[in-house]
Design a protein around this ligand. Structure first.
Ligand SMILES: O=C(O)c1ccc[n+]([C@@H]2O[C@H](COP(=O)([O-])O)[C@@H](O)[C@H]2O)c1
Ligand SMILES: Cc1cc2nc[nH]c2cc1C
Length: 376
C-alpha cells in the first residue's frame, strides 16, 4: 500500500478555524429557508386557473422559490453560471476516455465562446464565468475568467490524499469568494454550478460512495465514454481510493480532502456561500451533485436552497440526489457537464416564478373551481 505523507494527512476540522475566517463565517451564516410562507404559497399556486397540481414540477419550484426569497411574488432577474475547472492526478490511472490536456483546451474554448455552455447561456441570458480552480496550465487574463487556482491539479487519489487540509481550505474559500464577489457586484437571484475537468467523474463518484455508502460497482459510470476495460479499471481505482483513505462518511471536509478535486471543493464553497445569501442554487450533473452532497453533509441547512437541475446518466448522481432528498427537474439523457443541464433547469425555475406572479387566480379571472363555485 502506498505511504501517505504526514503533512498531507492533517485532518480538516472546521472548529479549528478562527470564527472570522471566510470558510467558518460563511458556513456559520447559513440559515435554513424560512417556511413561514409555506401554507400561503401553496394556497396561492392552488388558486391559479388550472386543475390542482397540473403544472407539476413548476408548482413545487414556484413554492420553493417563495420560501427561498421569503416572499409570495418570487422573481428571478440576475442569473449566473460558473464553470469551475480543475485537473486530476488520478488521470494517471487511465480513468478517462480523453487526455488531461482537454481541460486546458476546453477552458480556452469556453473563453472563446464556442462550447455548449456558452451557447446555452447566451440563449437563456445567463451571465457565465469560467473559474480556474486548479487547471494544469496558465491562462492570459480574460474578462470571463476568474483566477482562483489552488494548484495545477490534485494528487492521485488512488495513491495519496488528493489535497492537504490547507489546500482544501483555500479551495473552499476561493469557491465562496467566487460567489460572494459576483453577488456583491450584482446581486444574484439564481446560480448554476457547472464544471470541467478531465478525470473528474472519478473523484465525484468516490465522494458519493464515501458519503452515501453506495458501492463503486453500483456507482461508477463511463464518464466521457470509457470502454468496458476502462470501466473496470475506474471502478477498481475508486475501490482502492476508498480503502486507502477510509474517510469518515459524516465528515464532508475529509471526504473532499482525501478524494478531492479543486473544482469540486470550489463548487462546494460556492454552494455554501450562495445558501448563506439566501440564493437558489441549481446543481448540474454527477460532479456538481457530488459538490452539493459534500456541502449538504457539511451544512444540512442548505437543503431548501438546492435544486437538482437534471438527471445525469451517471449512476452515482442518483444515489447522491436521493441521499439529499432531491428530484431532478429535467431528464434529457445528458452527461456533458459544464452546467448545461443546470442552465436549462434555471429557465424552468424562472418560468415557475412567473407562473406564481403573472397567472390569474380562479377568482380574478372569473373561472369556476373544481367544486363548481362561481367566482366573480
Ligand atoms: O455532468 C455529468 O454528469 C458528466 C458525466 C460525464 C462526464 N462529464 C464531463 O466529462 C468530464 C469528466 O469525465 P471523465 O470521463 O474524464 O471523468 C468532465 O469535464 C465533466 O464535465 C460530466
Ligand atoms: C470535449 C469535451 C468537452 C467537455 N465538456 C465537459 N466535459 C468535457 C469533456 C470533453 C472530452
Amino acid at each position: 500500500m502506498p505511504k501517505k505523507t504526514p503533512s498531507a494527512d492533517t485532518p480538516f476540522i472546521l472548529s479549528a478555524l478562527a470564527p472570522a475566517t471566510l470558510c467558518r463565517a460563511t458556513i456559520d451564516a447559513v440559515a435554513s429557508v424560512d417556511t413561514t410562507l409555506l401554507a400561503d404559497a401553496g394556497r396561492k399556486i392552488d388558486n391559479k386557473t388550472k386543475p390542482a397540481g397540473s403544472l407539476g414540477r413548476l408548482e413545487t419550484l414556484a413554492v420553493q422559490m417563495c420560501l427561498v426569497q421569503n416572499r409570495l411574488d418570487p422573481a428571478i432577474g440576475q442569473k449566473n453560471l460558473f464553470v469551475f475547472a480543475g485537473d486530476h492526478g488520478v488521470t494517471a490511472e487511465g480513468v478517462s476516455a480523453f487526455p488531461s490536456e482537454v481541460t486546458v483546451q476546453m477552458v480556452l474554448n469556453f473563453l472563446a465562446g464556442g462550447a455548449a455552455i456558452n451557447v446555452l447561456c447566451r440563449h437563456y441570458g445567463i451571465d457565465m464565468k469560467v473559474v480556474d480552480m486548479g487547471v494544469a496550465g496558465a491562462f492570459e487574463d480574460h474578462p470571463d475568467l476568474v483566477k482562483k487556482k489552488v494548484a495545477p491539479g490534485t494528487e492521485n487519489l488512488a495513491r495519496q490524499v488528493a489535497m492537504s487540509a490547507d489546500a482544501l481550505k483555500t479551495a473552499l474559500e476561493n469557491g465562496m469568494a467566487v460567489f460572494l464577489e459576483a453577488h456583491a457586484r450584482k446581486p444574484i437571484d439564481i446560480v448554476g454550478m457547472g464544471e470541467m475537468g478531465i478525470g473528474n467523474t472519478t473523484p465525484a463518484t468516490a465522494i458519493i460512495c464515501a458519503l452515501t455508502g453506495i458501492s463503486p460497482a453500483e456507482a461508477t459510470g463511463r464518464g466521457t465514454g470509457v470502454d468496458d476495460d476502462g470501466l473496470k479499471r475506474k471502478t477498481a481505482v475508486i475501490e482502492q481510493a476508498l480503502k486507502l483513505h477510509c474517510p469518515d462518511s459524516k465528515n464532508g471536509f475529509e471526504v473532499l480532502r482525501t478524494l478531492g478535486g479543486f473544482e469540486i471543493a470550489g463548487m462546494a464553497g460556492a454552494i455554501l456561500a450562495a445558501a448563506s445569501k439566501q440564493t437558489a442554487v441549481v446543481l448540474d450533473g454527477v460532479i456538481s451533485t457530488a459538490a452539493g452532497l459534500a456541502a449538504f453533509v457539511i451544512c444540512p441547512s442548505i437543503k431548501g436552497f438546492l435544486i437538482a437541475g437534471h438527471r445525469s446518466v451517471e449512476p452515482a448522481q442518483k444515489a447522491a440526489l436521493s441521499f439529499i432528498g432531491l428530484e431532478p427537474v429535467l431528464d434529457l439523457q445528458m452527461r456533458l457537464g459544464e452546467g448545461t443541464g443546470a442552465v436549462m433547469a434555471m429557465d424552468a425555475v424562472a418560468a415557475a416564478c412567473k407562473i406564481m406572479t403573472q397567472m390569474a387566480s380562479f377568482e380574478g379571472a372569473g373561472v369556476s373551481t373544481a367544486s363548481g363555485t362561481a367566482t366573480a
